[in-house]
Design a protein around this ligand. Structure first.
Ligand code: HPA
Length: 270
């Protein structure tokens, strides 16, 4: 696989700031989930603005910095907030943050997000493991990429080994964990009730505005990746669901306690 010089350039900033040790797990924290970093010991934080190739801008609920340190006895690199396609129309906006992991031994990557649920068995506040996705939105972050490596297989894109470990960790930590197919809508407007009915018909269980391009990028760079959704609401029109960003942020912040327990169990068994 061709290594991109942009990854080395970004990695060298991390190394200069003291991130020179191993990374045992990388995490991307979605909306409202930033408080997980409060548990990180010996934290080194770097604003995205200081790292070449990293996204700029902000969404409320996203701190836009990375944090390296020890979380539950494991060395982790945490991205506190992602950039989304809807911010500038670039589906590859997370290319450098994810690609640079190849310069640090390609640790397992856990992507988290806030999502709407289409399933009554996964209500607001619950956690769900993503089993597969539907790129309804269309854009693919590998458009313009070169060589045969761009033809990335997407069977088992959500790594079965990591999924198994996350399920075991959830059982051990007594955290209920649903699972389902995630459908990517561009946002930033939420879906209409008709779109939610369509998503259900097409086989989705969860809807959201992120993660899918990141999984495609992660697989391009041969990273093992898993996705965890924090259900913040029922999809628009379901059971009176009328999602809005304040609800997403607030419910995710509360549910981050379950995510913390799950991550603790997961990391301790890594
Ligand atoms: N739709 C899309 N994205 C979301 C939702 C939703 O209902 N909830 C949280 N993020």
């Amino acid at each position: 696989m061709a290594v991109d010089p942009a990854f080395d350039e970004a990695a060298s900033v991390l190394i200069d700031r003291g991130i020179d040790g191993p990374i045992e797990c990388a995490l991307v924290l979605g909306t409202g989930l930033g408080s997980i970093v409060d548990d990180v010991q010996d934290a080194v934080t770097i604003p995205y603005a200081d790292i070449p190739g990293f996204p700029h801008g902000e969404v409320s609920g996203h701190a836009r910095q990375l944090c390296y340190g020890t979380l539950f006895d494991r060395k982790v690199l945490i991205y506190q907030g992602r950039a989304h396609y809807y911010e500038g129309g670039d589906s590859a906006v997370m290319r450098v943050p994810l690609g640079l992991l190849t310069a640090f031994g390609s640790p397992p990557l856990i992507l988290t997000n806030a999502a709407g649920s289409l399933s009554p068995s996964m209500g607001p506040g619950s956690l769900a493991l993503i089993t597969d996705h539907i790129n309804l939105n269309g854009p693919n972050p590998l458009v313009g990429d070169r060589g045969d490596g761009r033809f990335v297989p997407m069977v088992d894109a959500y790594d079965p080994l990591l999924r198994g470990r996350l399920k075991r960790a959830a059982a051990n930590a007594i955290v209920p964990l649903g699972e389902g197919v995630y459908m990517w809508f561009s946002g930033p407007s939420f879906e209409t009730p008709a779109e939610i009915r369509m998503a259900k018909t097409l086989g989705a269980d969860l809807v959201g505005m992120s993660t899918v391009p990141e999984v495609i990028l992660a697989r391009r760079y041969d990273l093992r990746v898993a996705g965890l959704s924090i259900v913040t609401n029922m999809g628009a029109g379901l059971h009176g669901g009328a999602p809005h960003h304040g609800e997403t942020r607030d419910v995710a912040a509360v549910a981050s306690r379950s995510l913390r327990r799950l991550l603790r169990a997961f990391l301790s068994e890594l």
